[in-house]
Design a protein around this ligand. Sequence first.
Ligand SMILES: CCCCCCCCCCCC(=O)SCCNC(=O)CCNC(=O)[C@H](O)C(C)(C)COP(=O)(O)OP(=O)(O)OC[C@H]1O[C@@H](n2cnc3c(N)ncnc32)[C@H](O)[C@@H]1OP(=O)(O)O
Length: 209
Amino acid sequence: MSEEAGQDEYEHHGGFPKYVPADVGPEFGRLVEALRTLQDLAVSTAPSPEVTLDLAERVEAINDVLKTFQVPEGQPPAGRVMTLPGRGSLLMLPWTVEKFDAEGVRSRGVFRRFHLGGNGAAHGGTLPLLFDDMFGMIQHAYGRPISRTAYLHINYRKITPLDTELVIEGSVDRVEGRKTFISAVLKDTEGNVLADCDALMVQLLKGQP
Ligand SMILES: CCCCCCCCCCCC(=O)SCCNC(=O)CCNC(=O)[C@H](O)C(C)(C)COP(=O)(O)OP(=O)(O)OC[C@H]1O[C@@H](n2cnc3c(N)ncnc32)[C@H](O)[C@@H]1OP(=O)(O)O
């Protein structure tokens, strides 16, 4: 799809902002990593009431600074820095894209303490998040217009460990009119399948949110 055609598609799909890669310095990646460590620590520590109060006041002071820089959707760098884990978004898993083209997308990373479900394994709800974001990237890399996930079917095959390098890879299986069928597989570095997933993404009609 040409750049011009891509812009045309964006213009015809409701209020979706146009997402373009963000140009940021190393300080942004440093801030995101510090915040991810904060998330890990927030769910894995039990500080005393005095320390908790002190921390609450310090985080509130940080929030007061950040509040003055709020901008509309599509404008923060979060989610738009392809070179950063999770594209620099705290919501996304801290995974790094290493292949991104029409043939498919591959990404590598770890589930961290923040993503703990139970008994040392990743929370089951974090896997669909990883797959759904992958599917968005896959259909975008394939050149499909803005679409939304209609269904996402996941099979949990093995326990997904924390703090262990894993790989996810997927591609477009077929396109039928507005419908894009996509699948992806999550594996460990020895090739064991931890989960697989397939989804339908439906191209939005003019004016659809
Ligand atoms: C670098 C970064 C890039 C990033 C690039 C940015 C990418 C942004 C990605 C955003 C992803 C999301 O937001 S996902 C968010 C979670 N998803 C949602 O919120 C979607 C909520 N659902 C909807 O909005 C709607 O149901 C739609 C748009 C999915 C479909 O509604 P519709 O437009 O009225 O279409 P409809 O006629 O119902 O269906 C069209 C065709 O699809 C089929 N179909 C529809 N739903 C299903 C279903 N669940 N299971 C089977 N088939 C289905 C129908 O049978 C029909 O087939 P046929 O009769 O034609 O054969």
